[in-house]
Design a binder for this molecule. Structure first.
Ligand SMILES: Nc1nc2c(ncn2[C@@H]2O[C@H](COP(=O)(O)OP(=O)(O)OP(=O)(O)O)[C@@H](O)[C@H]2O)c(=O)[nH]1
Length: 295
């Protein structure tokens, strides 16, 4: 009898900084999902697809569970997490080896009570005393009915094949849903905004408070090239000099690196203009968030 093909949705959840983006990139093998050392860089949901001989894994990379602020942004993000989890075949709950915190604890009620939740203990490469892992894992396993536990290192490619095998065995039988080479089902405009946001977080993420987002305002694409106008929305006028840097140096570098990535993505020349606009208090107005496409 031939091996049946399996295909299904996989969600990756966990508190900020546990390595969700790194894991998604390592499993899918694409650069589309954004990695940054700053918390909350994956505020949008991103799909990535891995197709193998007998399986297609459709990854839903959900946002970091946010507990710092009690505002509209937080409520909306929790809703996004719950929605994403309600609709998938396998949930990967990623935690950091040896580090269980309040953020992990608060995510537990959002995990589906039934179904396939795999506890993924990431960053095992950073643990010196391997014996300490057993009590750590046992304690977490007692908190939720996980169906499996897999210790991994997303960054060092340790046990990732084993994780894929655990996921694969839990996917429903079915035909592939996407073309074998599709990396994401997000529109290219969205990815372009993510690329720009990644550069901002990398360069000034430490100084810039969380309330900053990117909106693509103009997108004209022909065979020969693309003209893109992007707007960076900041919360306060005082954030503008941080973004600009001395002599506008930060902004130039952000725009130039984002433009190069966009060219690579589209495979043609890109003309990119970037504006900065102040939008006071946007992160705490649900209406504004909907407008920006977060709902
Ligand atoms: N030592 C070690 N570090 C890792 C590993 N995986 C990820 N990291 C690091 O952990 C940090 C956070 O990784 P991300 O992938 O951005 O984490 P995330 O969970 O997506 O973070 P948010 O977007 O904030 O939710 C980065 O500095 C990674 O390089 C790992 O296997 N081992």
């Amino acid at each position: 009898m031939s091996t049946p093909f399996r295909c299904g949705f996989v969600a990756i959840v966990g508190r900020p900084n546990v390595g969700k983006s790194t894991l998604a990139n390592a499993l899918i093998g694409s650069k589309i999902s954004i990695v940054s050392r700053k918390a909350q860089t994956t505020r949008h949901r991103i799909h990535g697809i891995l197709t193998r001989e007998h399986e297609q894994f459709v990854f839903v990379d959900t946002p970091g569970f946010q507990t710092r602020h009690g505002g509209a942004m937080n409520r909306m993000m929790n809703r996004v997490v719950t929605q994403a989890l309600a609709d998938v075949d396998v949930v990967l709950h990623v935690v950091e080896a040896g580090k269980w915190s309040a953020g992990d604890e608060q995510l537990l009620p959002l995990l589906p009570k039934t179904g396939n939740t795999i506890l993924v203990v990431n960053k095992v490469d950073a643990i010196k005393d391997k014996n300490a892992m057993f009590p750590f894992v046992s304690k977490i396993m007692a908190l939720h009915p996980y169906s499996a536990v897999v210790p991994v290192s997303a960054a060092r490619d340790i046990q990732l094949d084993n994780l894929l095998a655990e996921i694969a065995s839990r996917l429903p039988e079915g035909e592939p849903m996407f073309e074998a080479d599709s990396l994401t089902d997000r529109p290219v405009r969205f990815i372009a905004a993510e690329l720009l946001r990644e550069k901002i977080f990398r360069l000034v993420g430490d100084e810039l408070p969380y309330g900053c987002t990117v909106v693509i305002e103009q997108w004209e694409e022909t065979e020969a090239g693309a003209r893109v106008a992007a707007c960076i929305l900041i919360e306060r006028e005082g954030h503008r000099p941080i973004l600009l840097g001395a002599g506008g140096g930060h902004m130039k570098r952000i725009a130039s690196e984002a433009r190069q990535d966009m060219q690579e993505l589209l495979g043609k020349p890109v003309h990119l203009e970037v504006y900065i606009k102040v939008r006071k208090g946007w992160s705490d107005r649900e209406g504004s968030l909907r407008e920006l496409g977060y709902d």
